[in-house]
Design a protein around this ligand. Structure first.
Ligand SMILES: NC(=O)c1ccc[n+]([C@@H]2O[C@H](COP(=O)([O-])OP(=O)(O)OC[C@H]3O[C@@H](n4cnc5c(N)ncnc54)[C@H](OP(=O)(O)O)[C@@H]3O)[C@@H](O)[C@H]2O)c1
Length: 300
């Protein structure tokens, strides 16, 4: 099986390339700038067609949540127009697309976990551009699976786990917001799930369960609790440690508003594909362990 994935060095792209080694006969072909630039529509269909894939994974996105408030046209160009064009290119080849979306399509007002049918209501340009991307993908290719995920981290790229560990190298105390709740998700687990689903949809000619699904780490936590867990795990494994103090979102103003609750319920994904993500703690421990050897300076 050949899978074309948009993006070159993103977290999910990198984890897909790594995970593909566990699947004999699977080739993951990353398509990134300049060959495929989601802001340059003329590059998208030729790059995807040249890869001759059996399925496309749409993992590239404009992911700078705060910066997007000042660059809405760029965010929409990548996340909405570009994603729609990738889905159309897959549709023209008669193949499915698995498109990644976000918990930030929700407002955060709900008590409890969000399910796929809940009303959306993004608070930020990033969230709105990703919601527009979902709609563009749905309109462009009937064979679509949209996987909304959340709080993504991995051994690759920039993410919260690596930031906390880097900051703990230089500081004894960190202040982290404690009133935003969500479902931390390892990009390594996203990659495993995407390949599991890709294998199913490309081998089952009668597959018809297209639509929107939630994919997130099992369990829930707030950002400060997540930070505390990361740094306690790091300390146990000989890596950097800092004490974490809870602060309120109101005391940490950011350019973009974020949902207070973006926990994702994943029962629909389990029922359709038999997939259960590991608990977020277990997944985070594995990433912390893999990051420690690559830190440039360890304070204690
Ligand atoms: N990060 C999170 O916390 C989070 C949370 C929820 C949902 N998601 C969604 O999950 C997906 C994967 O996120 P991630 O964390 O892997 O993202 P990431 O690490 O920020 O990587 C973004 C990827 O998009 C590519 N890209 C950006 N602009 C592009 C353009 N104009 N043309 C082609 N490629 C472009 C980048 O290319 P280069 O390789 O060239 O840099 C990179 O490969 C995204 O759809 C994101 O919206 C992420």
């Amino acid at each position: 099986m050949r899978i074309a994935v948009t993006g070159r060095q993103g977290q999910v792209v990198s984890c897909l390339i790594e995970a593909a080694c566990k699947w004999p006969g699977l080739e993951v072909i990353p398509l990134g700038r300049p060959d495929l630039d989601l802001t340059v529509p003329s590059t998208i269909e030729p790059a995807i067609a040249a890869a001759r894939p059996h399925l496309v994974v749409s993992a590239a996105a404009y992911t700078s949540v705060d910066l997007a408030e000042d660059e809405p046209e760029l965010a929409y160009s990548v996340n909405a127009t570009g994603a729609g064009a990738a889905a159309r290119a897959a549709g023209e080849l008669g193949i499915p697309i698995i498109h990644l979306s976000t918990d930030y399509v929700f407002s955060g007002d709900k008590q409890g976990s969000y399910v796929e049918g809940d009303a959306t209501g993004p608070l930020s340009v990033y969230g709105a551009s990703k919601l527009a991307g979902e709609q563009a993908v749905i309109a462009a290719n009937t064979q679509h699976l949209i996987l909304r995920t959340a709080w993504v981290y991995s051994a690759y790229g920039k993410n919260f786990v690596k930031t906390m560990m880097r900051l703990a190298q230089d500081r004894q105390e960190l202040s982290v917001v404690g009133d935003q709740w969500g479902s931390p998700t390892s990009a390594h687990d996203i990659a495993d799930c995407v390949l599991h689903i890709a294998s199913r949809v490309t081998s089952d000619a009668s597959f018809a369960d297209w639509g929107v699904y939630h994919l997130a780490g099992h369990g829930e936590i707030n950002w400060s609790g997540f930070a505390r867990h990361i740094l306690q795990t790091s300390k146990r494994q000989g890596g950097p440690f800092a004490h974490v103090n809870d602060i309120a979102t109101a005391d940490y103003p950011t350019r973009a508003r974020r949902p207070a609750n973006s926990r994702l319920g994943t029962e629909k994904l389990s029922a359709a594909f038999g997939w259960s993500s590991p608990h977020w703690q277990e997944a985070a421990d594995a990433v912390v362990a893999s990051v420690i050897p690559h830190l440039t300076k360890v304070r204690r």
